[in-house]
Design a protein around this ligand. Structure first.
Ligand SMILES: *[C@@H]1O[C@H](CO)[C@@H](O)[C@H](O)[C@H]1NC(C)=O
Length: 433
């Protein structure tokens, strides 16, 4: 801005300097004109002293006296003013174009600088030794985003990470099993975001760390009245503040039983590390699903990439730019498409690559071990019927595949915590509808 203003000033100074020189020249011209008019009354000059200038008709009678000369000079003057105005206009346009060009160059430069900050340029190492970046740098904490939350997190978080759950009074019973499990394991760094007063008081009376959002925060009206999916959209907006404050969050639904401390089982190498809805190695970690089209003959097999979706109810998210971009993209789409399912949107934004007309997210991801971060299909279909697997203790169990959450959660506690061997037996594999 300053540079630009200086430039204008300089340009003006240049003008007035040039203007005064011209004025002196004009005065000399007038004097000479008078002398020549006196000495050569029939005229010596028929053409203008300015090269290339065409003479107007009145000028054919030139040289009859000083008055006419001064008229001519006035005309020349005004012509000069017009030309120099045009000149200034052109200069302005050139300056604007140059500025635009510089801005474009800076954009390019910015991308290059960003790449340089992320890592200096290197030659590729020998075969088998190169590894791309997957652990992005964390953002600088911005306390001004939410000073009150910042204070709470200072007290609650351990090594700048914590478990966060959203709850309203519809899930009070489930929440109780949830925090009882966390306390039993001895996890100190967890926080309930209370979406109504009742749940806030319930947490306080149970000595559970709670954060009640200010009632006037507009996005929160959803939290009090909204159904499951509306609350999910809110979740991504609230999460953003935690990341902006520089904390890693293990986002947790409340229909989860904690059996070990999850922070002892994270890799922390990716933007998002998520539990899967998959139920075995293939579905959890990805596989080639061959699509068969016999009419194509020799090329009847088309290979596809498949992976069961990430569970948007339990994931560890580091405070990085791609992570925050993911939250923004999901929250944005959920607000534009109110009938979409947040978990589907979460996965689409996460996995779809860039393609014509669409820029995909560039975030690093990791699938959690589905035997440690276990969903309820794995437990009830496989693990409880397997002599070896049923002896292993998972880190958490998420009752995401079954609607009778509370009874299954309690049974899981009986089985894994109280050693009741037949506690899981009464339940069918799936739900009875
Ligand atoms: C699944 O993968 C793990 C390693 O990731 C391996 O130890 C295990 O044997 C695999 N299970 C099956 C059934 O292939």
């Amino acid at each position: 801005m300053t540079g630009r203003r200086d430039g204008t000033l300089m340009r003006n100074t240049g003008h007035s300097l040039r203007g005064s020189r011209i004025a002196i020249a004009i005065v000399i011209g007038v004097l000479l004109g008078c002398v020549f008019a006196f000495l050569f009354p029939h005229g010596l000059f028929v053409s203008s002293p300015i090269p290339g200038r065409r003479i107007s008709k009145s000028n054919t009678q030139v040289g009859s006296g000083p008055c006419e000369s001064s008229e001519r000079i006035n005309m020349l003057k005004s012509e000069f003013v017009t030309v120099s105005e045009k000149n200034a206009e052109l200069k302005k346009q050139i300056r604007e174009l140059t500025e635009k060009l510089q801005l474009a160059e800076q954009g390019k430069d910015h991308a290059q600088k960003q790449a340089l900050v992320l890592g200096e340029q290197h030659k590729a190492g020998p075969f088998g030794t190169v590894k791309g970046l997957r652990t992005n740098p964390v953002v600088i904490s911005d306390e001004s985003v939410n000073p009150r939350l910042a204070k709470i997190l200072e007290k609650v978080a351990v090594e700048r990470e914590l478990i966060v759950a959203l709850a309203n009074s519809n899930v009070k019973d489930i929440l109780e099993v949830w925090f009882t499990g966390i306390k039993r394991v001895g996890i100190p760094n967890y926080l309930v975001v209370a979406l109504d007063e009742e749940i806030a008081n319930f947490c306080k009376s149970n000595d559970v760390p709670v954060y009640r959002r200010d009632p006037d925060e507009s996005i929160d009206s959803i939290g009090r009245t909204g159904g499951n999916h509306a609350v999910s959209g809110l979740k991504f907006r609230i999460l953003r503040e935690f990341l902006q404050l520089g904390y890693s969050v293990l986002l947790s639904d409340v229909d989860i039983v904690y059996l070990q401390n999850p922070f002892d089982h994270l890799y922390r190498d990716s933007d998002v590390e998520s539990m899967t809805d998959g139920h075995d190695n293939k579905t959890a970690y990805g596989f080639d699903d061959v699509f068969d089209e016999p009419s194509m003959g020799w090329s009847r097999y088309a290979h596809t990439m498949r992976i069961w979706v990430y569970n948007s109810g339990f994931f560890y998210i580091r405070p990085t730019i791609p992570s925050i971009e993911l939250l923004d993209r999901v929250a944005g789409r959920l607000s534009r498409e109110p009938y979409s399912w947040d978990q589907a949107v979460f996965n689409e934004e996460f996995f779809y690559p860039s393609h014509p007309g669409y820029g995909g997210l560039h975030a690093a991801r990791r699938t959690m071990d589905f035997c440690l971060f276990m969903n309820s299909k794995v437990l009830f279909k496989t693990v409880r019927n397997d002599a070896v697997l049923s002896k292993l203790k998972p880190v958490i169990i998420h009752v995401n595949y079954h609607p009778d959450k509370l009874t299954r959660m309690k049974a899981i506690v009986e089985y894994y915590v109280n050693g009741k061997q037949d506690a899981l037996k009464p339940f069918p594999d799936g739900s009875d509808w």
